[in-house]
Design a protein. Structure first.
Length: 374
């Protein structure tokens, strides 16, 4: 049975070149980068070359890249330090953010009694920019936290536009870019954003490593304490092999961006065409021209099919999801879809199909055939 993996928004297959690079480092470059002998100096050199490589692809300075264990840690650190150390009194976010942001903001509201405002969401899942401008008209020290590409429905935020609005109102701007780093161009020299985050396993790198971009002189302080690693902002011995793997994965993602984006975009269009033929009553959650790697659809199936749909597809070797992987064990409807769908549509089965360059037209045909079998 051919297996079909269409859950790339949850995690991606590691590129073979990345595995090779990591294996070499694990076998040969095992020194602690904080040690002063040759083993340590060699590991430190590898670490800093990785940092420079990542910074080059995002057009920022290497000192603005801080390594973390994942995007969730980076989000927690930035939001918490903004409130605790930068004395932010209000956070503006949306109810369709990843829980790494939503739950952190809720915890900060309980702990520090900050003001939290949620920007309105349009029926297609896009942020209401007019509402954001209105919220920012209040004179209060604010951080805006809005994700670049929504991980469930693929809606895209105009980072440049929102960043300029934040600048006009003297607000800090943080964006969870976990779904977009490595999959679209991000130029941090020109983008007016203060903080972004990334997770290597979303762009064909290893799990357990990510980074934060923290604009120079931001004033952020560490989330926890220990050694002086990462300029004292993120203590703990760096996972050199994972960082090397992340840098290699990002390098390959940007080197192949044009061809892979074209290939994936064609696959997404092909899937929409096939759904129109086989299930003409299907609907797209979000916008049809959303981010090229994600498609979220409502299927015209009876309610009693929902519970077993993913199981039936899985039995046929087809991996898709109903929403964020972090929520896949939950029977509650997606918090993202709950914000934008009617009660009636929320009861219908929705699926998130997310693609990578490893997918083929045959994968789409097998997926459609699997759906028809249900």
């Amino acid at each position: 049975m051919k297996k079909v993996y269409l859950d790339n928004a949850a995690t991606t297959q590691i590129r073979p070149e990345v595995i090779q690079e990591m294996t070499t480092v694990m076998a040969e470059d095992y020194g602690n980068p904080s040690s002063t002998h040759s083993f340590g100096r060699n590991a430190k050199s590898i670490l800093e070359l990785s940092r420079k490589s990542i910074a080059k692809h995002l057009n920022c300075s290497a000192q603005e890249i801080i390594f973390t264990s994942c995007g969730t840690e980076a989000n927690n650190w930035i939001l918490r330090s903004a409130v605790r150390d930068l004395k932010v009194k209000r956070i503006i976010t949306s109810k369709i953010e990843h829980h790494a942001v939503l739950h952190t903001v809720q915890a900060l509201q309980r702990e520090y009694d900050i003001q939290v405002d949620y920007v309105a969401i349009k029926p297609n899942g896009e942020i209401d920019i007019t509402d954001l401008v209105e919220l920012l008209s209040q004179e209060i020290l604010t951080l805006v936290s809005l994700m670049h590409v929504n991980n469930e429905i693929g809606t895209v935020l105009d980072l440049d536009r929102v960043g300029r609005i934040c600048q006009q109102h003297n607000a800090l701007f943080h964006s969870d870019t976990v779904q977009s780093v490595g999959k679209t161009e991000i130029d941090l020299k020109t983008l007016p954003v203060d903080f972004i985050v990334a997770s290597a396993h979303k762009f064909h790198g290893p799990k357990g490593v990510g980074f934060a971009f923290v604009r120079k002189n931001s004033g952020l302080q560490p989330l926890f304490f220990g050694g002086e690693q990462e300029k004292g902002l993120r203590p703990g011995t760096e996972a050199v092999h994972q960082i090397v793997g992340m840098a290699k994965a990002l390098e390959l993602s940007y080197r192949n961006l044009e061809t892979e984006r074209k290939h994936i975009s064609e696959l997404k269009s092909y899937l929409i065409e096939q759904l129109e033929i086989e299930f003409p009553a299907f609907e797209i959650n979000g916008t049809q021209d959303g981010f090229y790697t994600v498609l979220n659809v409502i299927l015209p199936f009876l309610e009693d099919k929902i519970a077993m749909m993913l199981f039936n597809l899985d039995m046929k070797g087809i991996a898709v999801s109903r929403g964020s992987a972090c929520q896949s064990g939950s029977i509650r409807p997606s918090h993202v879809l709950a914000e934008m769908l009617s009660d009636e549509n929320l009861k219908k089965p929705s699926l998130r199909i997310s693609f990578s360059h490893y997918n083929t037209k045959e994968d789409i045909d097998l997926f459609i055939s699997g759906l028809k079998g249900i």
